[in-house]
Ligand binder design. Structure first.
Ligand SMILES: [Zn+2]
Length: 316
C-alpha cells in the first residue's frame, strides 16, 4: 500500500497562537504549521513570511490589529517557498523584500514550486483561488541590509545557505530577537528538498553566534528563552547532519535511492518521527541529500509530476 502523498491526508485544523516576544516582536504560530513573524517599529510594521494565501494572511492581519494600528509597510520573504509567500498581496505593503538569491529562485522555479506545494499541502492553501499569482519582490539585497523602523534597527542577513540558496533571517540587535525562517524548526521536521546539506550546519553556527535571546522558527512555537533557542538550533543541526551522514554512507556503499531512503527513514524515525510532517519531508529530504552527495550540487527543480513520481518510487 502506498502512503498518502505528502500532506494530503493532513486535514486537522491547527490552533493559532500570537506570542509577544517584546513590545516590537510577535510570533504567529500554529502547532507546527508555517509561522509568520511580526516586527512593530515606531512608524510601521514588518511581516516576515506571509502565509500561503491572502485569505489566510487576513487572520495574521486580524491578530496584528489587536496590538497595533500602524501600517504594514514591509513584507520580508525569508525564502521563496510558496507556502510562505503567496499570501503577500493581502498586506498591500510598500516593499516586498527578499535576498537577490531568493528573487533568482522565484524567477527560475517559482511557478513549478507553486503548483507542487499546492498539491502537497491542500489544507495549507485555504482559498487557493485568492492567490493572484507569484509574489514578485520590489526590493532585493545581497548579504545584508538594515532598515530603521523609527528607532528600531532591523537587520536582514544572509548567513549562509541551508534550507535554500536564498535564506534570510531578520535580527533585532537591540533586543537579540531572531526570525529564522525555515533554517530552524522546533518540534517540526526540517524540509530539505531544496537544501544545501553541506552548508546548513555552518549556517546554523552563524545564527548561534548572534546569541539570540529569543527566536521565531519557521515552524513550531516561539522560542522565548536562550535555553529554548539553543535546543532549537541544536536539534535542527543534529537532524540535518544525521540525515546527510546516513545518506552519504548509503551513497558510499553504492546503494540506490530506495534502499538509502528506507535505511535513513528507519535510522531517524526513533528520534525524530514524532516531529510534525516527518513522513511528508523524508522522501524529499533523502532524494535531495543523495543528489548532493552524488552528482547534483544544486537542487533540482521539483514539479508536481516529479513529486508524484518520486513518492511512487519510494513509498509504493
Ligand atoms: Zn521553506
Amino acid at each position: 500500500m502506498t502512503k498518502v502523498f505528502a500532506s494530503q491526508a493532513d486535514l486537522q485544523q491547527k490552533k493559532v497562537s500570537f506570542t509577544r516576544l517584546s513590545d516590537n516582536a510577535y510570533a504567529y504560530t500554529a502547532e507546527g504549521d508555517p509561522n509568520t513573524g511580526v516586527i512593530i517599529g515606531d512608524d510601521a510594521v514588518m511581516v516576515i513570511d506571509t502565509q500561503a494565501t491572502p485569505v489566510m494572511a487576513q487572520d495574521v492581519i486580524r491578530h496584528i490589529r489587536t496590538v497595533t494600528d500602524k501600517p504594514v509597510k514591509y513584507v520580508l520573504m525569508s525564502h521563496y517557498h510558496a507556502v510562505r509567500v503567496l499570501g503577500a498581496s493581502a498586506y498591500a505593503a510598500q516593499q516586498v523584500i527578499p535576498s537577490q538569491d531568493t528573487y533568482d529562485l522565484i524567477a527560475e522555479r517559482g511557478a513549478q514550486d507553486m503548483q507542487s506545494e499546492i498539491e502537497r499541502f491542500p489544507r495549507l492553501f485555504q482559498a487557493v483561488e485568492t492567490i493572484p499569482g507569484l509574489t514578485w519582490p520590489t526590493l532585493t539585497f545581497k548579504g545584508e541590509m538594515t532598515l530603521w523602523l523609527g528607532k528600531l534597527e532591523v537587520k536582514l542577513l544572509q548567513l549562509g545557505r541551508g534550507h535554500t540558496k536564498g535564506d534570510t533571517v531578520a535580527w533585532l540587535p537591540q533586543q537579540k530577537i531572531l526570525f529564522s525562517g525555515d533554517l530552524v524548526e522546533f518540534g517540526a521536521t526540517p524540509y530539505a528538498g531544496d537544501a544545501y546539506f553541506r552548508n546548513w550546519p555552518a549556517t546554523l553556527d552563524n545564527l548561534a553566534a548572534l546569541q539570540p535571546a529569543k527566536l521565531v522558527p519557521g515552524r513550531g512555537v516561539a522560542l522565548t528563552t536562550p535555553e529554548m533557542v539553543r535546543s532549537g538550533l541544536a536539534e535542527t543541526r543534529a537532524f540535518v547532519s544525521e540525515l546527510y551522514a546516513s545518506v552519504r554512507a548509503g551513497a558510499a556503499a553504492g546503494k540506490d535511492l530506495r534502499t538509502t531512503y528506507k535505511e535513513t527513514h528507519a535510522a531517524l524515525k526513533p528520534k525524530y518521527g514524532q516531529w510534525v510532517i516527518f513522513d511528508h519531508c523524508m522522501p524529499f529530504n533523502v532524494t535531495r541529500a543523495l543528489d548532493e552527495a552524488t552528482q547534483f550540487p544544486e537542487p533540482r527543480i521539483w514539479t508536481a509530476a516529479r513529486d508524484k513520481a518520486m513518492w511512487e518510487s519510494l513509498e509504493s
